[in-house]
Every structure is written in C-alpha cells, then in structure tokens.
Design a protein around this ligand. Structure first.
Ligand SMILES: [Mn+2]
Length: 578
C-alpha cells in the first residue's frame, strides 16, 4: 500500500502527501475490512467503534473528581426545595447543557431559573453583577455554573460570600489555583485526563446519571415524580457534542451515534427542522444548520433564545422561537458573508507577504469574527486573526501550528489587553492602534512554518473507486474531530476530459489502467487549484479529496470532491497508451 508513487512530489497547493500506515483490524460482521482498517489506523478500538453503546463507553460517574460531592450538594438542594439558578454560556454547548438541567429540575418540581450572560455587555463566564442580581432579586441559594466558571475564582467567591452554594461543571482549562466551589472538570489538575475530551453537554449527562442514581438511593422518585429516561435527551447531547467540535471518540462517539436518530424527539429541534425545510439529522446539519441557528441570537441578539428553544415542550412556543432564530441566523449569515468576502480579498492581496493574517475592521460585529477567521484561514491556509469592533478578535490556525502559544506570547509582550486559547483557536482583545504591531509580531513568529504532509487514508488506483466502497466508508460516520471523512487519493491516471461548468466549477475525467473515475472541484475558477485543473487536459494527475456517490439521473457513480492535486506534464503519449 505504501509503495504507491504519485506523479509529482509537491501538490498544486505546495504540499507533500503521506499515506497513513495501515493497521489491519479485527474481523467484524457486516463491515468491509478496508473500513475496519481505516478505523483501526485512526487508533480506534474497532470492536466497539461501529456500534458504540453507553453501557460500554460511560464511566462510573464517581471516578470523576468532585462528582460525588457535587451530586450530594445538588440532591440536597433539590430535596430541600432550595432556589436554584443554572448559569450557562451563550454557545451551543452552553445552551444544550443548560436546557437539560432546566428540564430535569422542572420535571422534579423545582422552579429553577437559568441565566445566560450577554455576550457583548457581560462577556463569557460568571459575571459579578449578574451573580449579585440573582442573589438579591431572585433569592437564589444554589448556583450551578455550566460550561464556564473553572477559572472565575473572584466571581465564585462573591457568590459564596453571599451565602450561595456553588457548583461548577465545566471542561475549560484550569490554572494553578482551585476555585472556591465544588468543581467537576475532566481537565482538573488532579484528574487523569481520560475524559478531557467531553464537552459540558456530555458532562451534564454523566452528572444527571449520577444524580438519578443518588436520588434512587434516597427514594426520591415516586409515581407522580418518576426518574427521567435520560436516553430521550441524547439528541440534545449529540447537538452539543458536535457543535463544541470535541473529538468524536469514546463516549462522545456513542453520544452522537445514538443521539442523532433521536434529535427529532426534542420539540425545539423538531421546530427548528421544520423552520429550515426539513434537513435530515446528521453531523453536518448539526454543525451547519441547527448549531448556527441555536447560537445565532447568542452572537447578535437575545442570548437566552437557544436555551429556551431546547428546554420547552410547548410546540407553539418552540415554533415561535425557531422562527426567530432562523431569521436571526439569516441576518448573521448576511453580515458574515459581506465581512468574509472583504476579509478574503484583503488576505490574498495586502496580506500576501505575511505568514499570519491579521485584519481589523471596526464595523465587524464581535459575534462573527470567529466565523470570518475560519473562512479566511481556509482560503489562504495561514494562521488568521480577525479583529472586530472595539478590538475584540478571534484566531484560527492551520494543522500543525499553535496559535494559542503565539497569543500567549503577544500577551506576555504586553501587546494585548486579553488573550488566550488553544493550538487551533484563540481569542484576544487588543487596542486597535496596536494592530499593525501585532501583525508584524505574529507574522515573524510563524515565519518558517512548514505545513505537515497531507494524510491519506486510502490511495486507490484510478478506475477502482466504486459506489460500494464509498457506501462502506460511510459506516465510519459520524465524522468529526479525530474521525474526519476519509481522505482518498485516486492515482495512476491521466486527464482524458476537462469540463468547466458555469465558469465556476471544474470536472475532470481521469483514465487509468483499470478504467475511469470522475473528480470535481466546486467554485474553483480563479483559484490556483481550479485553474491548474482547468488546464490539465492530457496531463498525468493524482487527485486528493473526499469520495461520494452521485445519484444524478438515476445512476449511481463515484465522484471525488477535489481538495488538492498532483499534476505532471505528459510528454510521451505512448506512456499512457502502454
Ligand atoms: Mn463548551
């Protein structure tokens, strides 16, 4: 397998390609051995991968630090009928986590309220003013922070000093101090890290399992107030897990695998589906349709809407909120589109000489800078920082480059008001006057970065890609972080026909020893790759991308969606003929 030779050494996009080492997997009924080996090569236990169960993947909740203490405090509060507030976050993980807690408390007869901070006025995480209001105006006695709070020591201390009991369930990194609260966080310094891949929605599910176990021991449930069938909420957990872009392995894979088919059971998600023209429930629609709608208001409107949608069982209310969210999402998409077009334009022109792209525009809403940064990063394949009004910025990186380290360095150099994040994504707050300086600083740091080779899951000789093979690969779904759609290379062919469609898309027919395969690239005229393929007639070509089955015209045929290509001049036609 690894002795495949490509027709060139460097791709049109300037990259090397590397075929992943293949590990043979075990024999599994009904699964193509090639597909099993792709899963095994990705480090998955293939015997559990294709039909994951909660039974196999869920740990005993008590192995998590702080869990037993948090469960006890929470159950005490529920049994005593104390006033509880769930303080969440405005993203999808926050809305899914908060809605499950509110649902459970409501079913138990507790009149809990929830609070989602205002992204623009209050920002992320526990907010002192809000905590004081929850105490003074709502009489809150028990405060449960979800998806935030791990490092908010000062604010948590305020809550505690006001006499409130404080529990934090979160998955954000900890610093070197312990918060003045009960903390459940798989990234706690004293944790093993085994479950650090969970998002807060996934943690809340584990927490509720533990809470129900405790409540059974305390004989809390009865005929009027039965325990909840938590499995019915797996659709909510799946949505949070996909949208928080956590690795889809272990328990996360089980959540999403089991949760996607159950999403329609949640009234709010059902209403959102109807408002969006009935797309199917899969990891793509979670990430690109449902998620963006749920946090659309969190970005540019009323941050409570997403949680309200996911926690209501009133179908009329669900329809109203869903309608509003879809409209806000359209508005957000339009704002984003204009900013994206402008930013990509700047990135390919004035920023061309820089290794890191840094663009500031006072007119861009801070709620969209992350989406714009992703788009620009994809377009120019460089670490990207997009800064919007007031100097609030978002950073996105390319595979193999740690932008979080750069932001921490800029912070230490005194260039930023605020900054932090991970290898692939970070955030910052900068004085707009210092943006030019930041550009020079970040660009100097990323100079000399060499992109790692593009990994190939399957290299297939031209003519050998079949609809059956592509169908079989779909058994690896749901795709996501740590389990992306397999990247396929079709090699050993030459281009027998080029078709340009609508002056936008390029389709190539590739012929080889075993037959022909078709490959296409969308919206690519005017890009280096699209233009190179347009002029590839009669040349040797290896194409890299994802495979899918095209059913156009009632016939099923395999098509490769091109992401990169190796192209070589075909100087001797006899080579092809032979
Ligand atoms: Mn989260």
């Amino acid at each position: 397998m690894t002795d495949v030779e490509f027709c060139n050494e460097t791709s049109v996009l300037g990259r090397k390609w590397a075929i992943k080492d293949r590990i043979e997997g075990p024999k599994i009924d009904g699964i193509d051995p090639i597909v099993v080996s792709v899963a095994a090569s990705r480090g998955f236990d293939a015997t559990r991968f294709f039909a994951p169960t909660l039974h196999e993947e869920m740990p005993d909740p008590s192995i998590m630090k702080g869990m037993d203490e948090a469960v006890k405090a929470f159950c005490d509060a529920v049994i005593a009928g104390r006033k509880i507030a769930v303080y969440g976050d405005y993203d999808v993980d926050g809305a899914t986590s908060t809605s499950m807690m509110i649902r459970w408390l409501r079913l138990m007869g507790n009149n809990a309220i929830f609070y989602i901070p205002d992204r623009l006025k209050e920002g992320y995480g526990p907010n002192e003013g809000a905590i004081r209001r929850l105490h003074a105006e709502e009489g809150i006695e028990f405060l449960l922070f979800l998806d935030c709070g791990t490092v908010a020591h000062k604010q948590l201390a305020v809550a505690r000093d006001l006499g409130m009991e404080v529990v934090v369930i979160d998955h954000h990194d900890q610093n070197d101090q312990d918060p003045p609260a009960i903390l459940v966080n798989p990234k706690r310094r004293d944790e093993t890290g085994d479950y650090a891949y969970l998002c807060t929605a996934g943690l809340v599910f584990v927490f509720l399992v533990a809470v129900q176990r405790e409540m059974r021991l305390r004989s809390f449930f009865n005929d009027e107030r039965p325990a909840v069938s938590l499995q019915n909420w797996l659709g909510i957990v799946a949505l949070g897990t996909v949208c928080d872009i956590v690795p889809l392995r272990g328990l996360n894979r089980a959540y999403v695998h089991l949760g996607l088919p159950k999403m329609g059971e949640i009234p709010g998600i059902k209403a959102l589906t109807i408002a969006n023209g009935d797309p199917e429930y899969n990891e793509r629609t979670c990430g690109f349709v449902f998620g963006p709608c749920i946090n659309a208001e969190g970005r540019i409107g009323d941050t409570r809407s997403g949680t309200m949608l996911l926690s209501t069982d009133d179908m009329d209310e669900a329809h109203d909120i869903a309608q509003k969210l879809v409209e806000t999402n359209k508005e957000r998409q339009e704002m984003t589109k204009a900013a994206q077009t402008a930013a990509v334009e700047i990135a390919v022109t004035t920023m061309q000489a820089y290794n890191t792209v840094v663009i500031y525009n006072e007119d861009w809403h801070p709620g969209i800078v992350g989406i714009v940064a992703s788009k620009v990063k994809d377009a120019v394949n460089k670490p990207t920082v997009i800064i919007g009004s007031g100097g609030t910025g978002s950073c996105r990186s390319v595979t193999g480059y740690d932008i979080g380290a750069d932001i921490r360095a800029a912070m230490s150099a005194g260039m930023l008001h605020k900054g932090g994040g991970h290898a692939m994504a970070a955030g910052l707050h900068v004085d707009p006057e210092r943006v030019p300086e930041l550009l020079e600083f970040l660009s100097a740091r990323s100079a000399g970065f060499v992109h790692p080779p593009k990994e190939i899951d399957l290299a297939i000789p031209c003519g050998r890609v079949s609809p059956e093979l592509i169908d079989a690969m779909m058994q690896l779904r749901p795709f996501g972080t740590d389990n992306p759609q397999p990247r396929v290379v079709i090699h050993g062919g030459y281009v027998s026909k080029v078709t340009v469609m609508k002056e936008l898309h390029v389709k190539v027919m590739i012929a080889g020893r075993y037959g022909s395969n078709e490959a296409v690239i969308w919206n690519a005229i005017g890009t280096p790759l699209g233009d190179a393929l347009r002029q590839s007639d009669d040349k040797f070509v290896d194409v890299y991308g994802t495979a899918r089955v095209d059913t156009y015209g009632g016939k099923r045929k395999p098509v490769l969606i091109i992401e990169d290509a190796m192209i070589k001049e075909n100087e001797d036609e006899m080579v092809v003929a032979a």
